[in-house]
Design a protein around this ligand. Structure first.
Ligand SMILES: [Zn+2]
Length: 213
């Protein structure tokens, strides 16, 4: 079997199946899988978060309450996204908060939805340099079906940083789009760093922070 051969034996390796009756070509299962892998690479950073799975560490070690919520999301992702539901996971230390966010992003992409996973500081750094126009990235992050913003927290954020985060969270709230936030900081600490408006929008989307310990 050559490298380009179809793993499902349904196409000639081109990724398309030609229908002789209708003279049309449709994407093969292998092509759809290739597209999903490409979209996953755009949605999740390289490395461990792309390999995340519900039945592996660190997720299996999360508390039953958090796992129950995660399973509710996985059991009805379209419903959660349609309602613009959110999750706000708070806790100091490494307990699998980011992996939980990554799993939902992965699940969303694999079910054909748009989703992105961003470390909060990387997102701001990237926005500053995004093709000379921060708005381009911001617009994209406002539009995706699911946004995971992990490790939220800034030491002395500039007014510009606060403004971008406010626009992002406010627009996602208004447009009923799902957000998953993870942070090591309490709501009061985030309020001191970012101001009350941003924390208010996160709370409106996600409800109260859930302690992950
Ligand atoms: Zn194929």
């Amino acid at each position: 079997m050559t490298e380009s051969a179809c793993p499902h034996g349904q196409c000639d390796g081109s990724g398309f199946v030609y229908n002789e009756q209708t003279y049309s070509a449709a994407a093969c299962k292998c092509e759809i899988e290739r597209r999903t892998r490409r979209r996953l690479c755009q949605a999740l950073p390289p490395g461990r978060y792309r390999e995340v799975a519900r039945d592996r560490n660190p997720l299996v070690q999360l508390s039953p309450a958090i796992l129950g919520l995660l399973d509710a999301w996985l059991g009805d992702l379209p419903g959660h996204l349609a309602r613009g539901a959110g999750l706000w996971l708070e806790g100091r230390g490494r307990h699998g908060k980011r992996s939980a966010a990554a799993l939902l992003v992965k699940e969303a992409v694999q079910s054909g939805r748009s989703a992105e996973f961003w470390d909060a500081r990387s997102m701001i750094a990237r926005a500053k340099n995004f093709e000379q126009d921060p708005q381009l990235l911001l617009d994209r992050l406002i539009a995706v079906d699911l946004l995971a913003l992990v490790d939220l927290g800034f030491d002395n954020p500039t007014g510009w940083v606060r403004e971008q985060l406010h626009i992002l969270m406010d627009q996602r709230y208004v447009k009923l789009r799902s957000v998953i936030v993870t942070t090591e900081h309490s709501a009061a600490e985030l309020e001191a760093q970012l101001g009350p408006a941003i924390v208010d929008r996160i709370g409106r989307i996600c409800g109260d922070p859930l302690l992950v310990a």
